[in-house]
Write a protein of this length. Structure first.
Length: 81
């Protein structure tokens, strides 16, 4: 699981947005999403590749980041209701 969902910087992080783009996730704009000005340091991304029948699937998760600051529930608080 991507650690970004519990990071204080999630809503303005360039790496998080890049991962979301790779997942082709299109979310509704949220008032909590700021300009993508945060550039995290020493990010480690885990890429999983799997096959299902003739389909190749990939999944990207940030598993380590020296800029990570815990903010439990950041992802759920950023989703518009």
């Amino acid at each position: 699981m991507c650690i970004c969902v519990n990071c204080h910087y999630m809503s303005r992080c360039k790496i998080y947005q890049a991962i979301e783009d790779l997942h082709l996730v299109k979310t509704n704009p949220s008032p909590n999403i700021l300009d993508l000005q945060f550039d995290p340091r020493k990010v480690q991304i885990n890429v999983r590749v799997s096959t299902e029948e003739e389909q190749i699937n990939t999944d990207w998760d940030v598993i380590q980041c020296s800029s990570f600051v815990t903010d439990i529930g950041k992802f759920t608080s950023s989703i518009q209701k």
